[in-house]
Design a binder for this molecule. Structure first.
Ligand code: AMP
Length: 415
């Protein structure tokens, strides 16, 4: 099956050839004809399965004969949860439209950078806008953007948009859109809030379910390692030495941990950088670019900063801290072992996070075995003996366990 046989114009073949896209992925072969037909689409698909092309290509096709726009108008709006994803999707639009027969204007708008530049860029309108909700509303407030001509709306990573607390912003944006429009919603998971959004937004959608929710590639090895909390950085150093030169993406729970761990590795001459919400947009972009080109060996990131990143051929992922949401475990380890390449995902399990790991395993139906690494075996005493608790500190975060933590622990005990 070819992309052109799905109903796309011939000129796309050249850009697809340049990108090395030979055959459509499952989500592309199902979504492209449906979007071209003008149908609403609901796709259960994660990053890494080609969902960007699944909506960008048919939208570009539909915009071919779009009449001109006035200064602040937008024809197609893609809402994304993070700045990085906004940049990534916009770059994909540019790449796919390299041989477009008319000038097509796309823009990525997101916070953390000058709003004036974005206001100026809106002059002459925008065919395809990729935006994070907050900055989009700021631009609307300043009359730089008017959504009354939007014909196509895409919610990319809808679950994450809601996770990040964008529900109110989303509603405000939806209220500004014309009633007649095409809606496409992509989400990796379907919590209740996403279901509500689906009911509100989509009209008789074509439903696409791409089976990978829990299905990880065979080439991905999961290695959950039992280790004392205080030994995690030393263990990380050990792994970095064990696999000399290989790139590592390390997930941590907070900006502070990211900086602490990075400082410690830096002292041992490791080429390490951090990626988290406190970094400026410019820093985040250059760090990511440097990591992608191999100039940085170890990247320590929080979930928020790393979500949606397309880092090709990454051999090692480390969960220094476990993710809070079980679904994020899959997102994280899915950064490695792409396109048939081998990859390993290490997870550090200490006595405090053990129950939570059991929950992650259960929710994601994982088939894993805990292991220990010689020299890093956890101390024999159970939970109370962990260094954090002996100092009277909270096991996860904050002073007390949250209700969610208690529920998770209870659920894990029930197994
Ligand atoms: P996405 O799920 O859109 O983030 O895409 C994940 C990765 O797969 C990106 O690096 C894309 O460039 C790549 N990709 C998407 N579709 C195809 C395809 N049909 N053939 C080859 N690579 C693809």
């Amino acid at each position: 099956m070819s992309f052109i046989s799905l109903g796309l114009s011939d000129f796309f073949q050249r850009s697809l050839d340049t990108l090395g896209y030979e055959t459509p992925t499952a989500v592309q072969s199902q979504a492209i004809p449906a979007v071209l037909e003008g149908r609403d689409v609901l796709a259960a698909a994660e990053t890494g399965l080609g969902k960007t092309a699944a909506f960008v290509l048919p939208l570009l096709e539909k915009l071919l004969n779009h009449p001109g726009l006035r200064s602040n108008q937008v024809a197609a709006l893609v809402l994304v949860p993070t700045r990085e994803l906004a940049v990534q999707v916009e770059q994909a639009i540019q790449a796919f439209s390299a041989y477009y027969p008319r000038r097509i204007k796309s823009l990525a708008v997101y916070g953390g950078v000058s709003i004036n530049t974005q206001m100026q860029a809106m002059r002459g309108g925008c065919d395809l806008m990729v935006a994070t909700p907050g900055r989009l509303l700021d631009l609307i407030e300043k009359n730089a953007i008017n959504l009354n001509q939007v014909q196509h709306l895409v919610l990319d990573e809808a679950d994450r948009l809601l996770d990040l607390g964008f529900a109110d912003e989303l509603q405000q944006i939806i209220n500004l859109l014309p009633a007649q429009r095409q809606n496409l919603l992509f989400s990796a998971t379907f919590p209740q809030e996403v279901d509500a959004l689906i009911n509100q937004l989509l009209f008789h959608p074509v439903c696409i379910e791409i089976e990978r929710q829990n299905k990880l590639p065979d080439s991905l090895t999961q290695r959950p390692i039992e280790v004392d909390k205080a030994q995690r950085t030393t263990l990380l150093r050990h792994l970095l030495t064990e696999y000399p030169g290989a790139q590592f993406l390390v997930f941590v729970a907070s900006k502070r941990t990211a900086e602490n761990v990075a400082d410690k590795l830096y002292k041992y001459d490791f080429n390490v950088e951090t990626l988290h919400g406190d970094k400026s947009q410019t820093e985040r972009s250059s760090t990511l670019a440097a990591f992608k080109t191999g100039k940085i060996r170890v990247l320590i990131a929080t979930d928020l900063a790393a979500r949606g990143l397309d880092i090709p051929l990454l051999p090692y992922v480390v969960n220094y801290d476990l993710p809070r949401a079980p679904a994020d475990y899959i997102h994280r380890i899915g950064r490695t072992a792409r396109a048939g390449e081998a990859g390993t995902a290490f997870s550090f399990i200490d006595p405090d996070s053990d129950a939570h790991f059991k929950l992650i395993v259960k929710r994601n139906q994982l088939d894993v075995t805990l292991e220990q690494i010689q020299g890093f075996e956890p101390s024999p005493t159970p939970t109370q003996a962990s260094p954090q608790n002996t100092q009277g500190k909270a096991p996860v975060k904050g002073k007390r366990k949250s209700k969610k933590d208690k529920l998770r622990e209870a659920a894990a005990r029930e197994q």
